[in-house]
Every structure is written in C-alpha cells, then in structure tokens.
Design a protein around this ligand. Sequence first.
Ligand code: PLP
Length: 455
Amino acid sequence: MVTGGLTDSAVKGSSEAYERACQVLPGGVTANIKYFAPHPIVMKRACGSKLFDVDGHAYIDYMLCYGALITGHGHPRVLQAITDQMKEIGTTVFGTPHELEAELAEKLTDFYPGVDMVRFTNSGLEATLLAIRIAKAFTGKEKIAKFEGHYHGGYNQVLFSVHPDLNRAGESDHPTPVPESTGMSAHDRTQTVILPFNNLEATERLLRRHADELAAVILEPVQGGFIPAELDFIHGLRKVTEELNIVLIFDEVKTGFRVSLGGAQKVYGVKPDLTALGKVLGGGFPIGAVGGKKEMMQMTDPRRGRDILSAVHSESDETDVLFHSGTYNGHPIVLAAGLATIRILEEKGTLDDLSAKTERLRRMLEEVYLRYGVPMQTLGWGSIFNIVLTNRPVKNYRDMHQDNQALRKALDYELLRLGIYVKPLNRYSMSTAHVEADIERTVEAHESALKKIVP
Ligand code: PLP
C-alpha cells in the first residue's frame, strides 16, 4: 500500500497527525484544496526551496503556498523586514491609517498600467469580491461574466464552472454554469454568464446578448497561471467590453509580480478597468488588493457622501458610499513583508533570471518525457508552468481535459515519494530560492518516475 506515493511506515507521523486533525477539522484540513488521498503530507518546517515533513523528509517545493512565495520560504530580507517593522511600530497592528499603506499603493500605481488607486484586502477572494461590487455600483448592472476554468475565490457569483464536469457544462461556445459547491441557489445560477476562454467570436456574441445586464467580465489573463490569453483575444475583449459599458476586471492574483512586476496587463499592453492582486503581494502573509481607474475606485471614498457611520444617524438608510472595510486591511506587518518582497523583485535581473530558470526546467523536463515517448508539453509564462500530458494545442479548460490525468497523477505521487512537492495535478511555481541543484534533482526525479510508471 502506498500513501501519497510514500510507504505507510515512511509517513507514519503525517498519518498520525492527520488522524488527530480529522477529529476536529472536517476532512482533517483547513481548506479543501489542502487535501489529497489517502491523506495529505503534514509539514513541520521550511527553508528556501524546501519543505520538511513531520517524518523528516525533505521536498523541493513547487507549490510554494499556491504561488505566493516567490522568494521561497523564509527569505532573510522578508523575515528581517517583519521583525524590523514590529520593533519600529511597537505593535502588531494599528487599525488606523499608517504610512506603509500609501507607500505600497504607490508601487502598485507605478507598476500596473490599469491601477490609479488602490484598496487593500486580506485575500485574493476579497479583492475580486470588492472589484465586482465596484463594477456593479459603477454600471448599475448586476450580473457578471466569467470564463470556464477560471478561479476567483469561493463566493457564489464566481463559484461556477471552475472545474466543471464536461457532461454538465453545455456546448463549448456557449457553456452553462456548473456550481462548484453545494449550498448554492438556483438564483445564483442566473447571475453569472460563463464564457469560453480564448474564443473571441463566441465570447463577443455572449457579451452582446447579455450586455444590458452585465456589470463586469472577470478573467485570469493567464488561466490557472499557465494558459495565456491569446493576444488577439485579450485585445478584442478589451475593445468589446469598452464598447458595451462592461467593466473589465483582470484577476492578477496569480500573475501579479510573476509574469512581470506589472503583471500580465503590462506585457499584453491591455489596461483593465479594475485589477485584483494577492499572493506574492503579501510576501507569504494573507493579502489582496484592488486597483483601478480613479473614477471607479473613488466609489469607496467615504467623503463621497454619507458613509455607513453617518447613515446610522440619517433619516434614509441609503448611502452613496460603496462599503469596503476590514479589521486587518493594510496590516502593517503584512505590508512590510510585501514591500520587502517587491524590493527583491525590483532588483535588476531578478525576475528575468527567475523566468530563465523556469524556462530551463521546462525544456529539460520536455526532453525527458520525449525520451520516454510520453506525449507532453509544458505550458506557462514567467515563473509558473504546468505539465500537460498531451501534444494537442491547449488554449482553455476543455483542451486541458484531453490530457492523460491518470498518468499525471501516478507520476505526481511517485514524485512526492522522491521528494518533489507538487500537489497531485497542480501547477509548478518557482522561486528565487530554487537553485541549479534543485532543477537537476527535479529532472532526475521525473526520469525515475517515468522509468517506474511508464510501461
Ligand atoms: N484569484 C485567483 C486567480 C487565484 O488563484 C486565487 C487563489 O488561488 C484567488 C483569486 C483567491 O485568492 P485567496 O486564496 O487569497 O483568497
């Protein structure tokens, strides 16, 4: 019997820790994505590119907290920034304005073409949620459109057709919304239009059909962090949303600071109306941010009219101000970690070197799979990529489904046993902490896995 690719005896500590967790945490996890069968590996510590589990195994980490840790685990400058900040401010959090908020916001307005003003949140989910609320208030419309296979967080309006069963997902050029969770209502289903990624003709047709009801189109400019929007598609989408008065939201929670310092929008040369950020921006702490056009972002300005507090004393309970609040928004320790991370990334050559290193790993892996006669391609951009076991072109969610998932899963479990941490079927994220020896070991591990598993 194997456990996570590891023998039972080798992961005894993980197995016991998981059993204990199951008594008090449903499924033994604090987020469903952390689970994999028969049980996840429980970690004890981490350093640079490595994770260490409770049984003492070391893993080269390609998950990096779902891409957040672009400088690896515990980068000395990030750790220093956190301790310096705590010493300097004498507390952990103010709950009032402080100077770092504007400092980090200025960085975002400098880097991101679509960002004139910024609001911080505590997660990527909160960022897309706020962006959608702004779009609704700005346009006076209520529905949104999202793309099949794109993830924006776990709330009802966007929790459709992220990983839909294709038997329930309708036609490829006119997908139907498939809920990702129980507990969602029939009404929810009417509030979201599903679009086919990288299919401009069908997207445009659907947008024109629903234009009067659509407040926003939200998308990951690079689906899942590894399937880029085609140039014509993304420019076409900008054009048609502008014409139809639909707010264009780029969800750059994954691509922000990874495709470039200014995200995917900078490289595409497309200016969205609103941008959601997260992950890398927090240097390993919980964060999100919404940035966008001044006239849209200013809807949250409490000076605009009666805000929620003054409304308490008003005769009418209507308010002109778009509600946005949060106990920990703009947390000074989180912002210090984020700023330290961005300063590392700003140094000349850092992101280029990281992308080149990622590219090198991708090419080496492609060579190995070719040698073993396994149809395979790597897809990605910047420092994120995925291994897709098909030679057919992959432009969207449905194309992805043509790959050999069973083989990929078997390889991923074997890779775990060999000390390569990729959550089964997940993408690979790289960090500045990954060194040449990590790359070589990773390629060797793939070769061993292929040797063992491919007949
Ligand atoms: N948007 C995208 C593109 C994401 O990848 C994620 C998380 O993986 C989110 C939004 C949600 O971010 P968070 O997990 O910080 O709430």
